[in-house]
Design a binder for this molecule. Structure first.
Ligand SMILES: Cc1ncc(COP(=O)(O)O)c(C=O)c1O
Length: 367
């Protein structure tokens, strides 16, 4: 049995550190925000190359507040991708703005910058690229278009902690960067969590208020806000885990290289790390025409896989009001039919990778 992800082995390896951090937070009774969250905000913002970090209760909340701070209002348009987790699009929808989709680059499955300009209207206010699977989107052309049209750029870095684009760390390349600390993420809390990173002090101030009921100070509500605060215990846990993240990311990158080697010429398309990118392999996704059959064959051998994502957002029932249909985003639609995510976590063993690749080869060539 090879799991898709193994949080238990990782927990065992850091149990003492985690338990002492949790116990100290319990003793402090700083259950919501507090000094552990404040310290984590500072450490994670610096780790992501940004000046300010605002801890919130999920990556979705991070996106929602980043959009609000960037001034996105009902009737505005935000250009994004459909080849993503639903939260990217949901957050735009929460603001009352309209998500406008462009297709993705066939090699990276990230926003295709060459399609962005044609999607701009006089209602467009922002561009929201996603660093899918942990590989940065091609940011320079996106930033250049945004600059020319006076648009804000919000990065969805939920899957891309410490990924780099031309040596710059994601999350601090655009105006605002949004991270998720959902347990399975490269940096995962033991519950929900998220953060907005920015170099803009005004945005940081607004987001700090919005996450805590729009308060300038207690019971003085300057803005209509939300209860999106990060919990103290999550801050303490994330601080401990952040100290291990470089080593864990290196592990993921080594596993990806070994997968690439063993799957070369196997008939499946392995992920390509672009020359401008440091990919952090939140997901190791391979593509093949008969994906479902291969997934079943692996399942029969006790190898867990996943599909990120079987239905692109523009074809989801919840978003049919946006008016998109089959054929509108051909690269995105093809990817959703072909992508299979193989087991990927830092503690994965070479023998497990060999077993997965052997089973993939057999499934692809055996039928
Ligand atoms: C690309 C992307 N955006 C946003 C999110 C939302 O993050 P969360 O689950 O922490 O709300 C996720 C993860 O779930 C994600 O993968």
């Amino acid at each position: 049995m090879i799991p898709f992800i193994d949080l238990k082995t990782q927990y065992e390896s850091i149990k003492e550190e985690i338990q002492s951090a949790v116990n100290a937070t319990l003793a402090s009774t700083q259950f919501v925000l507090g000094k552990e969250v404040a310290a984590f905000e500072e450490e994670f913002a610096a780790y992501s190359g940004g000046k300010f970090g605002i801890g919130v209760n999920s990556g979705t909340s991070a996106l929602h507040l980043a959009l609000l701070a960037a001034g996105i209002r009902p009737g505005d348009e935000v250009i994004t991708v459909s080849c993503t987790f639903v939260a990217t699009v949901a957050a735009i929808d929460y603001t009352g703005a309209r998500p406008v989709f462009v297709d993705v680059d066939p090699q990276t499955l990230n926003m295709d910058p060459s399609q962005v300009e044609a999607a701009i209207t006089d209602r467009t206010k922002a561009i929201l690229p996603v660093h899918l699977h942990g590989q940065p989107a091609d940011m320079d052309p996106i930033l250049e278009i945004a600059h020319r049209h006076d648009l804000r750029v919000i990065e969805d870095a939920a899957q891309a902690h410490r990924a780099e684009y031309k040596g710059r760390r994601v999350g601090s390349i655009g105006d605002l960067g949004c991270f998720s600390f959902y347990p399975g993420k490269n940096l995962g809390a033991y519950g929900e969590g998220g953060m907005v990173v920015t170099n803009n002090e005004d945005f940081a101030h607004t987001i700090r208020m919005l996450r805590d009921w729009g308060q300038e100070r207690k019971y003085h509500h300057t803005l209509k806000g939300f209860n999106y605060r990060m919990e103290g215990i999550q801050g303490a846990i994330l601080r401990v885990k952040l100290r291990h993240l470089d080593a864990w990311t290196e592990g993921r990158r080594q596993h990806a290289a070994y997968f690439n080697e063993l799957l070369a010429d196997s008939g499946v398309q392995t992920p390509v790390e672009m020359p401008y990118a440091r990919h952090v392999y939140h997901v190791y996704g391979v593509r093949m025409p008969d994906r479902d059959k291969v997934q079943e064959a692996l399942q029969a051998k006790g190898i867990q896989t996943n599909i990120h994502y079987p239905i692109p957002v523009h074809l989801q029932k919840a978003y049919e009001n946006l008016g998109y249909g089959h054929g509108d985003l051909p690269v995105t639609e093809k990817a959703s039919a072909e992508l299979l995510s193989l087991p990927m976590f830092p503690e994965l063993q070479n023998a497990q990778i060999e077993a997965v690749c052997g089973a993939v080869r057999e499934a692809v060539h055996g039928g």
